[in-house]
Design a protein. Structure first.
Length: 356
């Protein structure tokens, strides 16, 4: 008789429901999904789920509860499981997506997605999820609120331009739009002050931001957003994973001599992180000769300015990871000229907390 050696629950999280699949692995490495069910994404639903999972589980054998990092909808459930001493793993979406492609699944549903997550958890050794750092969580809330305010203000400014450009402008409408713009500007300033206060009152964060902003083009708000969206790079293990998490990785379709798709970024990642890298890249291209040379060389190669700018975005994002993980200042020649690399780290001599 086959012996059960591992068990896991795959959870597909949506706004209103949790579609779950309970899977088991046997000593011959075979996998079976023994039960599936749907629960409400509410506190009561969480309680019902945990009772169901315990009934399905074999006693004295740990259960891994695996789910995707889907925006904010998974957070309350992950917190609940953590508080109940469950082994929780929150997996980056791009990992699940890549694994899903290896399975012989023609129809993608919430049920098939939960089963795929369960199989992924059984086949891989996943790291236990930890609650986000309270500081980074607050910064994430603030930076996302600020991003929404900037978007709303741009819409209002466009609206103001349209109102003024009309043949017979409505003065009261113009006044209201101006008031809205002023309010949004005031709110942006309040958020900026709150973020700066958090940096000022935390010496460790202040030091990290100082090191990250030594990278050309990267300002305080950009550095803070990177840290907030990655929870201090908690789930990131290497540069390639970080680039993929941001959706700045390249996807390309090639087959024989007849199929040759145009390479483009996947955009299957954290859109806030991807959006954050746009202006730092432009600033680096304008202010730093090395990045300007990279940009010029790539444009002369394929003639696409946007594509060249994306390459600079990736480089700055990778450097922010290196600076954070190694607790170092920016190395001007890293990855640009003669500096050699090994894995994720540069081969260099350590001198007083920085490298040369």
């Amino acid at each position: 008789m086959k012996k059960i050696v591992k068990q896991a629950v795959g959870i597909d999280v949506a706004q209103k429901e949790l579609v779950v699949a309970f899977g088991q692995m046997y000593d011959d490495w075979s996998i079976a999904i023994i039960a599936t069910k749907t629960f409400h994404n509410t506190k009561k639903g969480f309680e019902m789920f945990l009772k169901w999972a315990k009934k399905c589980a074999i006693a004295d054998l740990e259960v891994t509860y695996a789910m995707e990092a889907t925006g904010v909808y998974h957070e309350a459930f992950a917190y609940y499981l953590d508080e109940n001493k469950c082994n929780v793993s929150v997996v980056l979406p791009n990992k699940i997506s890549s694994y899903f492609k290896t399975l012989d699944i023609k129809t993608v549903t919430d049920k098939s997605a939960s089963e795929a997550i369960a199989k992924f958890a059984l086949e891989r050794k996943l790291e236990a999820w930890k609650k986000p750092n309270p500081l980074y969580k607050k910064l994430k809330q603030l930076t996302r609120e600020r991003d929404q305010i900037l978007t709303d203000r741009t819409v209002s400014k466009n609206r103001l331009h349209a109102e003024i450009s009309e043949a017979e402008p409505n003065s009261s409408s113009i006044l209201r739009v101006k008031k809205r713009i002023n309010l949004l500007t005031q709110q942006e300033n309040e958020i900026n002050k709150e973020i700066q206060l958090l940096i000022k009152n935390n010496d460790q964060l202040k030091d990290v931001v100082k090191r990250m902003t030594s990278i050309p083009g990267l300002g305080d708000l950009s550095a803070i957003t990177i840290l907030a969206e990655t929870n201090g790079f908690e789930l990131i293990r290497n540069k390639k994973q970080l680039v993929s998490y941001a959706g700045l990785d390249i996807k390309e379709k090639l087959s024989g001599t007849s199929v040759k798709g145009k390479p483009k970024i996947s955009k299957r990642g954290n859109r806030y992180l991807r959006k954050t890298m746009y202006f730092p890249a432009l600033a680096a291209i304008r202010s730093d000769v090395k990045y300007k040379n990279i940009f010029t060389r790539l444009v002369s190669k394929h003639g696409l300015k946007l594509k060249a700018a994306v390459a600079v975005q990736r480089k700055i994002l990778e450097l922010s990871f290196i600076v954070f993980k190694n607790n170092i200042n920016y190395i001007p020649n890293y990855g640009l000229d003669s500096l050699k690399t090994s894995g994720n780290n540069a081969i260099f001599d350590k001198v007083e907390g920085s490298y040369k």
